[in-house]
Design a protein around this ligand. Structure first.
Ligand SMILES: Nc1ncnc2c1ncn2[C@@H]1O[C@H](COP(=O)(O)OP(=O)(O)OP(=O)(O)O)[C@@H](O)[C@H]1O
Ligand SMILES: [Zn+2]
Length: 736
């Protein structure tokens, strides 16, 4: 291509061409002709024909040099939608995430355009206003109506008719006579402006210092990452609200990411107490209409503060000025279907692209973040003590080898005794067990038959509330049969091991007068009921709470002083390289629910291995010891953040196909001395939904472009055919 100006007159210039990315599972953008009279620039949201359909897409680039051979086969852009264009910042983010995670760009774009189907104009509300002289003929109805409208302001048509007790026809009559005029009501704002000075927090000196740093961070502007490293109950939320307040004053937008948005009822109220209004929510449970409305408010810049689950990271903010990642260590930030991405890491990417500050908050930072803080890449903002001088909970281990529960029971005598004391003092107790259902395994006493899923490599979990045996991997379920399907023995089935439902049974038999409640994700019918149940607990109407990790996160239950961890070893046994870190974080967080108001919190860890470094660090309240040992192990084994990991997961309808493909794939790995390819090995979860799974683990040194390596490997490697499937997981969190 030469740079000389061409001599052809402008009128003969071909219609211009743009490249449009469509939100489907393809990586590449397609070229379309721009019809005369339409002017398009990158970021514009358009409708384009794709096969037989018309789909939404985004202009990704102007294409000054379309392939001339294609030119007369190009289709026209159908129309430009009346939506704010996707900003350069977000388009770069889409490209970046797709490149890094090896996801199709269209799939990543799809997360930006999740405004739902109902994007059509909202039904406009009509209003009426008094504009002319009174009518010739006056009736009591007309008089009532005119009195209400005598202020000359615009009133909602149906509201005013209802209030005056007249039919809409009365209004129409007065409009015909020129007394009243109908106008469109201004669109209701779904996101009223928060007031940064509505109810400022009265900070402790320690908090005040942290808050000052927050304000400084926002005032300085530009990309910076900070870690609020504060013990449970230290006021991390109150402190990062100061950064949010500052961004509101700058009239820019803030995004607060939360691991489990369904559980944030208390959070929304706290926000409203501080800022006068609730923030805008973004999560999967929004109704389509609310979703469309919220999306529009975010894109228009009207939503000042958005609280959302990980998908909120991809919304088209008009002017994002700050990102907060609350409980940054939480596993729920990793998305493991569709595009595999870690929302915390991608949030840092987005902040750096947008040149804005990002604040991570945690009582137990991920090892990655801890290392970043130690190296000074993230500014550490410490909050080492609880607000109000409350003591941290005291933690004791209960060695199950010496103090076992009675046969068929799971609560040891010492823990039961402590629960009894708590109830006597009219306080609450929380029993934590990260296992849904009644029992993880059902077997036949007569023949030993175990109930397993027919299409997954997993036992069926007994769910008594639902009266079914359920597979936690594929959702298959069946009623518990009256007789063993294998040997026919009747009444021979026994439940093995505890789940939260079984613990409730035990708690109820130990404390028949106590009010118990189970909180578990499978028992939530809606966010509303969930929020109502959490309120009941907070108001003290429950004595013993039995819960899965759902109760570990973020809640303030003023009357809760005792937390009993029923099986502290549960997360340690699965051979996962992150097992220790996760167990430490989860147990710290759940015990952190105790004593938040009264400072008399106690935690009990029922364990078979009190000498395990995680248990020892928890009991000694020695966080440093935990991080020191974990960082040392990772450094020695070159695990993240001292090395990089990616998983390739091969699955197929039969075992040999999956394994064979895994071997071929491994054989095609380009040689690089900085990379090690391990496997294929049968996945710990060897079969899911009838698909046989093999895993390859790719390890490289730090600072290596693993994504690029994977891309060239997959380009030259064998291609998936038939029902073979290959998933790529860069920076995997799960190894199952
Ligand atoms: N300065 C303050 N004034 C009044 N109340 C405060 C203040 N700081 C914290 N609190 C209260 O203390 C409790 C704990 O604060 P917060 O939830 O922000 O802590 P956290 O560090 O986020 O805790 P966790 O990590 O356990 O979720 C809350 O009820 C909060 O309202
Ligand atoms: Zn299954």
């Amino acid at each position: 291509m030469d740079d000389l100006p061409t001599s052809s007159p402008a009128s003969h210039a071909p219609a211009s061409v743009v490249d449009v990315l469509v939100p489907v599972a393809i990586d590449q953008s397609y070229s379309y002709r721009v019809p005369r009279g339409l002017s398009l620039k990158p970021g514009d949201v358009v409708a384009v024909p794709l096969g037989a359909r018309e789909v939404l897409g985004v202009v990704w680039a102007e294409n000054p040099n379309p392939d001339p051979r294609l030119h007369n086969r190009l289709k026209d852009v159908a129309e430009k939608l009346d939506l704010p264009p996707l900003r350069d910042e977000l388009r770069r983010m889409v490209d970046w995430v797709a490149t890094y995670t090896l996801s199709a760009r269209g799939m990543v774009l799809r997360m930006c355009l999740r405004m739902g189907e109902h994007l059509g104009p909202e039904r406009q509300r009509m209003g009426v206003r008094l504009v002319g002289p009174p009518p010739q003929r006056m009736t009591p109805a007309r008089r009532r109506l005119l009195e209400m409208l005598s202020d000359g302001l615009l009133h909602g048509k149906s509201d005013v008719a209802k209030e005056a007790g007249v039919s809409p026809g009365v209004i129409d009559g007065l409009v015909d006579e020129g007394t009243l005029q109908v106008e469109q009501m201004p669109r209701e704002n779904p996101a009223p402006e928060p007031d940064p000075d509505f109810a400022p927090t009265d900070f402790s000196p320690e908090q005040a210092r942290a808050a000052e740093t927050m304000r400084g961070l926002v005032a300085a502007g530009g990309f910076q990452a900070a870690l609020i490293d504060g013990v449970t109950g230290s006021g991390k939320t109150e402190v990062y609200f100061e950064a949010v307040a500052e961004v509101i004053r700058q009239r820019r937008q803030s995004l607060i990411l939360m691991p489990e948005i369904a559980l944030t009822g208390q959070f929304l109220d706290r926000f409203a107490q501080r800022f006068g209004v609730r923030p805008l929510e973004w999560h999967s449970e929004l109704t389509p209409r609310t979703r469309a409305r919220n999306w529009a408010a975010i894109a228009a810049g009207e939503a000042r503060v958005v609280v959302g689950a990980r998908s909120a990271l991809f919304l088209p903010y008009a002017d994002l000025g700050l990102i907060i990642v609350d409980e940054e260590h939480d596993q729920a930030y990793k998305q493991e279907d569709g595009a595999h991405y870690h929302a915390r890491d991608m949030a840092v990417v987005r902040a750096s692209i947008a040149k804005i500050p990002i604040v991570l908050a945690s009582a137990t930072p991920s090892v990655e973040t801890e290392v970043n803080a130690r190296k000074g890449r993230y500014t550490r903002i410490p909050l080492p003590s609880r607000f109000g001088g409350q003591h941290m909970p005291q933690i004791e281990a209960i060695d199950l080898r010496r103090e076992p529960p009675m046969r068929g029971r799971f609560i040891s005598p010492r823990l039961a005794e402590q629960i009894g004391f708590a109830i006597e003092r009219r306080e609450q107790a929380l029993l934590f067990l990260n296992r849904r259902g009644y029992a993880p395994l059902t077997l036949c006493r007569a023949c030993g038959h175990r109930f397993a899923c027919t299409i997954c490599d997993a036992w069926l979990v007994d769910h008594r509330f639902r009266q079914r045996l359920v597979c936690h991997h594929c959702g298959f379920s069946m009623p518990r049969p009256p007789a063993c399907p294998h040997c026919g023995a009747e009444g021979s089935l026994v439940a093995v091991g505890p789940g939260v439902e079984r613990l409730q049974e035990e708690a109820a038999s130990l404390f028949p007068n106590a009010r118990t409640m189970v909180l578990s994700s499978d028992l939530i019918t809606s966010i509303e009921t969930m929020r109502a149940e959490l309120n009941e607990i907070a108001e003290g109407r429950v004595d013993i709470i039995i819960g899965t990790q759902l109760v570990a996160k973020g809640h303030n239950f003023p009357r809760l002083n005792l937390v009993g961890v029923v099986d502290a070893d549960l997360g340690l046994s699965n051979g996962d390289p992150r097992a220790a870190e996760r167990t430490f974080q989860l147990l710290n967080q759940v015990i952190g629910r105790a004593g938040r108001d009264q400072g008399r919190g106690v935690g009990f860890l029922q364990t078979h291995q009190p000498e395990h470094p995680v248990m020892k660090a928890l009991v000694a309240c020695d966080r440093e010891a935990f991080y020191a040992s974990e960082i040392e192990i990772r450094e020695r084994t070159l695990y993240p953040p001292f090395g990089r990991l990616a998983s390739l997961i091969v699955s197929a309808g039969d075992r040999p196909t999956a394994e064979g493909f895994g071997r071929q794939l491994a054989g095609a790995a380009p040689f690089d001395e900085r990379v090690q390819v391990l496997g294929p090995a049968e996945a710990p979860l060897a079969v899911i939904k009838g698909r046989y799974r093999f895993r390859l683990l790719v390890k490289s040194v730090r600072g290596f472009d693993l994504s690029n390596y994977l891309r060239s490997w997959l380009a030259r490697g064998p291609k998936t055919k038939g029902n073979l499937k290959l998933e790529v997981d860069v920076d995997p969190q799960s190894f199952l």
